[in-house]
Design a protein around this ligand. Structure first.
Ligand code: DCP
Ligand code: MG
Length: 355
């Protein structure tokens, strides 16, 4: 089917963990509230409600820093069981509209509603109805993006957040993407956006002025994807039975890390974030560990070995090996694990860990 004929909805709940807490404890609704770790034990904020966001508090910030920005902030510990319960009930609502659902996390999913008969076939009305059911049946709000592909649907779901939705019609794609700031493109982080700004690139329209070859030379493998995204193209299917094969975290540094010592200094924080990610994924069993390094010239390498713990010594070895392969300053570090499939014997075959 031509890509422009698909109808994809991306749904993302608003301040998800905090919304579940506010639903269950009305006293939390109008005060700045965060869910996260204790400031005394170097905890971080998982999320916070919108009143807290007005103070500049956000996900992944240290709880200590959050309290500096907002001294009256109430930080409560997460209760994953309740969030998982809300998530699976939301999932069942989606299945009333299509069986082509791809969950990305507890609070986020893609739905392919192409050809579905509900709401006279209108994806816009289906999104309205789904959001209304989430509000009434689960007691929290969600935002939605409706577009002919995953990339645009995801960008659109953020557009009128919280408790809003946005449609991008096929005829609107070209103008919408031309004006889209590059920082809104999933996969372009703050540092890459800064890098682009220094090249005079602010919008996806500016990116289109670069040839494929120039994009590949400047951004490595990501260049090909940038070529397509900057034109609003994204052929990825909503994948119904995608089995999660890995969990990883990575960080691009504003200033390149000059040597191995500087890289190793970043390791504890990366491992702590990976640990958090694994906890949110329900502590899955893993059978391989890996380190990724992207160098100043945008070349990259991944070093992997068998392993089922986040033992720092093993990651130090991987990073040493990786650094030696490049022998130049490092712009990005990643750490991750390869998950063991439930019915699969432990083998050392290769799976791409970082996409
Ligand atoms: N989460 C986390 N740590 C992060 C990011 C998110 O623990 N660094 C958790 C808490 C969030 C949930 O995942 O509630 C969903 O993440 P989102 O990025 O969708 O953020 P929210 O739903 O909290 O807020 P928004 O309204 O911006 O979607
Ligand atoms: Mg969300």
């Amino acid at each position: 089917m031509p890509a422009a004929d698909r109808k994809i909805i991306h749904i993302d709940c608003d301040c998800f963990y905090a919304s579940v807490e506010m639903r269950d404890t009305p006293a939390y609704r109008d005060i700045p509230l965060a869910v996260g770790g204790s400031p005394d034990s170097r905890g971080v904020i998982a999320t916070c409600n919108y009143p807290a966001r007005r103070f500049g508090v956000h996900s992944a910030m240290s709880s200590r820093r959050a309290l500096v920005l907002c001294p009256q902030l109430l930080i409560i510990p997460p209760d994953m069981a309740r969030y998982r319960e809300a998530s699976s009930r939301i999932m069942r609502i989606y299945l009333d509209y299509t069986d082509r659902v791809e969950p990305l996390s507890l609070d986020e999913a893609y739905l392919d509603v192409t050809g579905q008969p509900h709401c006279r076939g209108s994806a816009t009305l289906m999104a309205e109805e789904i959001r209304s059911r989430i509000r009434h049946e689960i007691g929290i709000t969600a935002s939605a993006g409706i577009a002919p592909n995953k990339f645009l649907a995801k960008v659109a779901s953020d557009w009128n957040k919280p408790d809003g939705q946005k449609v991008i019609l096929p005829l609107e794609i070209d103008a919408f993407v031309a004006a889209l700031p590059v920082g809104k493109v999933p996969g372009i982080g703050k540092v890459t956006a800064e890098h682009m700004k220094r090249m005079g690139i602010v919008t996806c329209g500016d990116l289109r002025a670069l040839t494929r070859v120039e994009l590949l030379r400047t951004f490595g493998r990501f260049g090909e994807r940038l070529y397509q995204l900057s034109r609003g193209e994204d052929e990825r299917e909503v994948s119904v039975d995608r089995v999660r094969k890995s969990v990883s975290v990575e960080e691009t540094y504003a200033v390149d890390l000059p040597d191995l010592t500087a890289c190793l200094r970043e390791l504890p924080e990366l491992l702590q974030r990976l640990q958090g990610r694994l906890e949110r994924a329900g502590n899955p069993v893993f059978r391989g560990i890996a380190c990724k390094l992207k160098f100043a010239d945008f070349s990259q390498t991944t070093v992997e070995q068998i392993g089922n713990t986040l033992d720092a010594d093993h990651f130090i070895q991987l990073m040493q090996t990786g650094f030696a392969r490049g022998g130049q300053p490092v712009r990005l570090l990643g750490v991750g694990v390869k998950l063991a499939a439930a019915d699969e014997p432990v083998r050392a075959e290769q799976l791409p860990l970082f996409e």
